[in-house]
Design a protein around this ligand. Structure first.
Ligand code: 5GP
Ligand code: MN
Length: 324
């Protein structure tokens, strides 16, 4: 049975994706939401965080809201691009009031939450799975949906550079271009429209990079002070870790991001809440490291949150580097 058949008698549908949304989270919400509207559904597209500045060019992005009236009014929820339920943010506490939850995702570590799942780790992005659903139902892809699908593929493949890039990524992107998507417009908004503060922040995080003794792991730091100093919001920070990953001989890169600190003490010593992003060249499966800490992801890109000290996290990472 096709997953969307479960929605046949459902009218009011909540579409949601992960906190700090990236191009695939936003693209998949919009593509799925607009598609469901074509099927006659009433749709609310919800994300805990605001749409990052670089994605505000997406047609219909104003449809993505940060609040909803009443969780009980929804007949069904579709959760997109989330390896586990908590990735949707605080709404996870009440989402189970919704009688039907569909989980559509491409993370190999997906915990299979929800009533029905459509999980394809071979898909380069969640939008690829949605593209196939739309094709299966036989609905025409309009330009707004095409921009959403194209952007999800472009960003989740790192501009067709990451290991999840394959012929299908190009084929689908090509089809979206034939439907009217302008690649230059997307690229210029997503990659070449940074505020001065964002560039200064890049300078700070680049300056923070440390290498392990064997040179095979790089660690990059993003503190709340850096954000404060540059006036950059956390949702407007994405992709910094790729710089740490680009260093020659580096097999695994880690970005340690300070979410909150307990005291005003030196960040090095005090315990705080951190998010660790990991990237690998494929030799080491970083999702296994993330899983140990209750996170998840893919073989080459994963993440987890941890309450610890910066020093302890760094030490753990440098221990891992000895296995590389
Ligand atoms: P990023 O490092 O860009 O935040 O995430 C890299 C990959 O790991 C993404 O596919 C993302 O969905 C996943 N990921 C990051 N943080 C977490 C987390 O805390 N939990 C889970 N399950 N997945 C995460
Ligand atoms: Mn994704």
């Amino acid at each position: 049975m096709m997953i969307l058949e479960h929605l046949e008698k459902k009218k009011n549908i909540l579409v949601v994706s992960h906190i700090q949304p990236d191009g695939d989270a936003l693209g998949s919400m919009l593509a799925m939401g607009l598609f469901l509207e074509k099927l006659g559904k009433t749709v609310t597209m919800f994300n805990e965080n605001q749409v990052p500045a670089i994605y505000r060019f997406l047609p219909q992005m104003h449809r993505i809201v940060q609040s909803y009236e009443d969780i009980n009014k929804f007949d069904a929820a579709i959760i997109l691009d989330c390896g586990d339920l908590k990735r949707i943010g605080e709404i996870y506490r009440v989402i189970e009031h919704i009688p039907l939850i569909l989980n559509i995702d491409h993370h190999s570590t997906n915990t299979k939450f929800g009533h029905y799942q459509l999980i394809n780790p071979d898909a380069c992005a969640t939008v690829e799975i949605i593209y196939h659903l739309i094709k299966e139902v036989g609905i025409t892809i309009d330009l707004d949906i095409a921009y959403s699908i194209y952007t999800g593929i472009l960003t989740d493949t790192g501009s067709f550079r990451f290991q999840n890039t394959n012929g299908d990524s190009f084929k689908i992107a090509m089809e979206m271009i034939e439907l009217g998507v302008q690649p230059y417009l997307v690229a210029s908004k997503v990659y070449d429209t940074y505020s001065l503060g964002r560039i200064k922040l890049l300078n700070m995080v680049l300056d923070s990079i440390e290498l392990s003794a064997n040179g095979k792991m790089s660690i990059m730091l993003l503190t709340s002070d850096m954000l404060k100093e540059t006036g950059i919001k956390i949702e407007d920070v994405d992709g910094l870790i790729n710089y740490a990953k680009q260093i020659e001989d580096v097999k695994v890169a880690a970005l340690i991001q300070e979410i909150s600190k307990n005291t005003g003490k030196q960040v090095n010593g005090s315990k705080g809440l951190f998010h660790v992003s990991l990237r690998s060249n494929g030799g080491l499966d970083v999702s296994s490291i993330a899983l140990v800490h209750g996170g998840g992801g893919h073989k080459t890109a994963a993440g987890f949150s941890i309450e610890s000290t910066l020093l302890d996290i760094k030490n753990e990472m440098f221990c891992i580097s000895e296995r590389l």
